[in-house]
Ligand binder design. Structure first.
Ligand code: HEM
Length: 551
């Protein structure tokens, strides 16, 4: 990459001077927020670390203040890192700041902005948003999917119980990702991919490849006249292929749903059924074509799967790191649950501490720490600075959620802070914005909450999760994977107390996908975390035991 940049700079030397002069003008423009000085053409691109951008931007905000600027190639960007400025951007100037930048991958995958998430702000977006909020993601629609959630969470519990009684270690990250994918697939297009097979692996390949494309840097987005470099790197071909594969898949699903012989009871209507009915009704200002449906389909897959799974994994990680909170939340659930073995969606509404745990998880580990990039639709004044139209806007929710002026002990996991507080994630409290705020606020909050509450309540009700002997809570890391959604990098391996009962050992085990030691118990060997040792052994052991089976 660095070599490519240097080569490019040499090839475009004559243009450098021109842009340098232009850049100098920008730097001297005191009515634009301050920021790190970049180099001509590239701006600050070479200084940014995509794998933990929100952390880097947080560090920069300490130096340049809660509103600072970046030069991303030829594009200007501002970064907002305080609740006060988040309010200014997403409430006072929401209308001017609620656009989305046109980036190549987003454009391609969204059928040129026919979706909701990446469409620019215009009357088309307003209509699509209205259709989605009223017909696809309304509370009534979310409730109509409760039987699917109940069934799938029960299936997950059965799988965990089977692992526990077979004394197997469980890769909870994988279990929760699989649950999330299954829920989304069933709710959105009525398939479950329960069995391993070609269709399942094809679907996962499609998801993985599209995620890889989301995370790929395209010169065309920031330095358009260097777009030919993307072609040389084969990115256009790869993007086109990924798009075609996805398109084919969406078309198959639509054809299947349009098949007159398809038997679907009315109560099992999925989101594609709903969209196809709306298409037939033609009662909107937008005539829904298959491309519109495919674009919204893509939004649901991308926005719902990763975010829900990541939140659940972070919640379990935080609870394992804090036995006090784990005990308290389990006591709440087990005291109030009555005799129920399985808690349904109505019952989980009665657990205020569980809800506080989920909020605190979203505060400390927002799945979208930089929300979704916005763009100014027109020039506006923010914090006294003139922000031109077409400026990219990052709102650093991660920094805001840890602002010491807004939060006492901001780095600590203290769900109690939400118990006697009205602070919520509905977009009115700008110190807590895991779902964003303003016109672009996540429309899937009700859907996300339904899955989060139900899954976490049942995981905590039915199983005892503890740390293994010799493992300290500090050993569980919180490293993150690069990407739009913040996933825990090292998988969370756990077992339930049941497993150890089988071996007459009264402790439970949590194993991280990092450095390990092998513990010898009466009947089996367990893997447990120990930092800085035998890293290679871990990877080997894990690859040999893909199912997390204790050797
Ligand atoms: C824990 C789960 C989730 C989190 C943390 C989350 C977070 C977010 C965030 C931060 C945004 C950007 C808001 C902004 O730009 O201000 C967003 C947008 C969006 N989310 Fe979610 N989301 C979650 C689950 C879901 C689910 C389950 C769905 C749908 C089934 C969904 C659908 C969308 C859509 C369509 C948008 C784009 C809205 C627009 O641009 O108008 N999300 N989400």
């Amino acid at each position: 990459m660095a070599l490519l940049l240097i080569l490019t700079l040499c090839l475009t030397l004559p243009l450098l001077l021109l842009f340098f002069l232009q850049n100098r003008r920008n730097i001297k423009n005191s009515s634009f927020p301050p920021g790190p000085i970049g180099i001509p053409i590239i701006g600050n691109l070479h200084q940014l670390n995509n794998s933990a951008l929100y952390l880097q931007l947080w560090q920069l905000s300490k130096k340049y203040g809660p509103l600072f600027s970046l030069q991303l190639g030829l594009r200007s960007a501002i970064v907002v890192s305080s609740p006060k400025l988040a309010k200014e951007v997403m409430k006072d100037h929401d209308l001017e700041c609620c656009g989305r930048p046109k980036l190549l991958t987003l454009q391609k995958f969204s059928y040129n902005g026919l979706d909701m998430a990446f469409s620019p702000y215009n009357s088309y977006w307003r209509e699509m948003r209205k259709i989605s909020v009223l017909h696809v993601l309304s509370s009534r629609r979310v409730s109509s999917f409760s039987s699917i959630r109940h069934y799938e969470v029960k299936q997950m519990m059965k799988r965990i119980s089977m692992h526990a009684s077979a004394s197997e270690v469980i890769n909870l990250s994988e279990v929760l990702m699989s649950l999330s994918v299954t829920l989304v697939c069933r709710i959105v297009f009525g398939r479950s991919y329960e069995d391993e097979g070609t269709e399942k692996s094809r679907f996962h390949e499609l998801l993985n490849e599209s995620q890889a494309m989301w995370g790929t840097f395209f010169f065309s987005d920031y330095i358009p006249f260097l777009g030919w470099l993307d072609k040389i790197r084969g990115l256009h071909t790869r993007l086109e292929r990924a798009f075609k594969d996805l398109d084919k898949f969406y078309q198959e699903v639509i054809d299947e749903h349009n098949d007159p012989n398809r038997k679907t009871p009315a109560e099992n209507e999925d989101i594609i059924d709903v969209l196809l009915q709306l298409q037939k009704q033609r009662s909107f200002s937008v005539d829904l074509t298959n491309d519109h449906i495919k674009a919204v389909f893509m939004n649901m897959l991308v926005a719902a799967t990763d975010t829900t799974a990541a939140t659940l994994v972070w919640a379990m990680t935080a609870l394992l790191k804090d036995p006090r909170v784990m005990k308290k939340v389990q006591e709440e659930i087990r005291t109030l649950r009555g005799k129920a073995d399985f808690l349904d969606e109505d019952e989980v509404q009665n657990f205020p501490y569980l809800k506080a745990v989920i909020k605190e998880t979203l505060r400390l580990h927002p799945p979208a720490p930089l929300l979704v990039q916005r763009e100014t639709n027109e020039a506006c004044i923010i914090a006294g600075y003139e922000i031109p139209a077409k400026t990219i806007v990052y709102v650093n929710a991660w920094a805001i959620h840890r602002d010491p002026e807004a939060w006492k002990d901001p780095d600590e996991f203290i769900p109690e802070r939400f118990l006697d507080s009205t602070i919520d994630f509905g977009g009115q409290d700008f110190e807590f914005i895991p779902f964003g705020a303003g016109r672009r606020i996540c429309p899937g909050i009700a859907m996300a909450n339904a899955s989060l509450d139900l899954t976490l309540a049942n995981l905590l009700n039915s199983f005892d999760w503890e740390l293994p002997p010799g493992v300290k809570k500090e050993d569980i890391d919180t490293e993150k994977l690069p990407g739009i959604t913040q996933h825990k990098k090292n998988h969370l391996y756990l077992c339930d107390r049941e497993t150890l009962r089988n071996f007459e050992v009264g402790v439970c085990l949590a194993v991280q996908y990092i450095d390990i030691e092998v513990y010898h118990f009466p009947c089996a060997q367990y893997l447990a975390v120990k930092p800085n040792k035998k890293k290679r052994d871990t990877k080997k052991a894990n690859s040999e035991n893909a199912e997390g089976r204790v050797p």
